[in-house]
Design a protein around this ligand. Structure first.
Ligand code: HEC
Length: 104
């Protein structure tokens, strides 16, 4: 019985720890809501027509900093503030991990 409890405790410790590591697979799913603007082949939003920045292959650290800046209001772009506003630190890390692994 004691052994089982220990194993369970160890397992939950492990999963809590791994949840903090950036997960590009989760990031792919989390990025789906962003694809409408950032997923186009020529980095042009379809309607209204305007350019969006290329994110594929961008450094994860840069993406994390950019998304946190939108979230905390340091960057003031209204659309991106709305999109980044509800992301958690984990969401941001996952999305950055996913994007930084893409080929530009
Ligand atoms: C409605 C269109 C739209 C949606 C949806 C959108 N974005 Fe953006 N995004 C933009 C535009 C436009 C910019 C450029 C903003 C600026 O000039 O600061 C931008 C900028 C960014 C940047 C900064 C890039 C750089 O080079 O500095 C990141 C990172 C980013 N978006 C990530 C995301 C993520 C992650 C999501 C989904 C949670 C998302 N965006 C959803 C339009 C959008």
């Amino acid at each position: 019985m004691k052994k089982t409890m220990l194993a369970l405790a160890a397992a939950s410790l492990f999963s809590a720890g791994s949840a903090l590591a950036a997960d590009p697979v989760a990031g792919k799913t989390k990025f789906e809501t962003c694809l409408g603007c950032h997923g186009t082949s020529k980095w042009v939003n379809t309607y209204p027509t305007y350019l969006v920045p290329k994110l594929a292959g961008q450094h994860a650290d840069y993406l994390v900093a950019a998304l946190k800046a939108y979230r905390d209001g340091t960057r003031t772009h209204a659309t991106m503030r709305a999109n980044a506003g509800s992301l958690t630190d984990e969401d941001i890390a996952d999305i950055a991990a996913f994007l930084s692994e893409l080929k530009p």
